[in-house]
Design a protein around this ligand. Structure first.
Ligand SMILES: Nc1nc2c(c(=O)[nH]1)N=C([C@H](O)[C@H](O)COP(=O)(O)OP(=O)(O)OP(=O)(O)O)CN2
Ligand SMILES: [Zn+2]
Length: 146
């Protein structure tokens, strides 16, 4: 069985070497779809009976591990020295410095890497992360899969 939880967040980025307007500082309303696989929990009387994982627990973990860190942050490539240096001059600015260019593909891969450690099987139902889909715009997305 597969279940998917969608979350949305806002973040800034730029793709410094891209041959288009994407090289300018700008932002997106990103959407993250987290797909988990597992057996349906059949433990009589527990809160999660009939579920693979409680959707609210999927959200809580995603927020704690990832979304709260990226929401309203500027996602900057470590190699984008001018932007990293500039943002460091803004007191208290929320900047996430990444080792990769913040494309949809790289953000999806990073989200998968972070979240894969976070979803653990507590009911013996083989719970595991299967896919992270990261929408940069409603028309453009990337899938990181196992
Ligand atoms: N494979 C990828 N291609 C592009 C990425 C990416 O992450 N992976 N990112 C960008 C830019 O970040 C850009 O912001 C994308 O948004 P937008 O300019 O709105 O994209 P489109 O022009 O394709 O959107 P429309 O739906 O046509 O308005 C560029 N490419
Ligand atoms: Zn963009």
């Amino acid at each position: 069985m597969l279940i998917t939880r969608r979350l949305e967040f806002d973040a800034g980025h730029r793709i410094p070497n891209h041959d288009s307007q994407c090289r300018h500082l700008h932002g997106h309303r990103y959407a993250l779809e987290i797909t988990l696989s597992g057996q349906i929990i059949d433990v009589e009387g527990v809160s999660e009976q009939g579920m693979v994982m409680d959707f609210s627990a999927v959200k809580t973990i995603a927020n704690e591990m990832l979304v709260n860190h990226w929401d309203h942050a500027f996602l900057a490539y470590r190699g984008d020295a001018a932007v990293v240096a500039f943002l460091a001059t803004l007191p208290g600015h929320k900047t996430v410095v990444l080792d990769v260019v913040p494309t949809a593909e790289n953000l999806a891969a990073e989200a998968f890497r972070v979240l894969d450690k976070a979803y653990v099987d507590t009911y013996g139902n083989q719970l595991r992360l299967e896919r992270v889909r990261l929408y940069e715009t409603p028309n453009n997305w990337a899938d990181a899969v196992r």
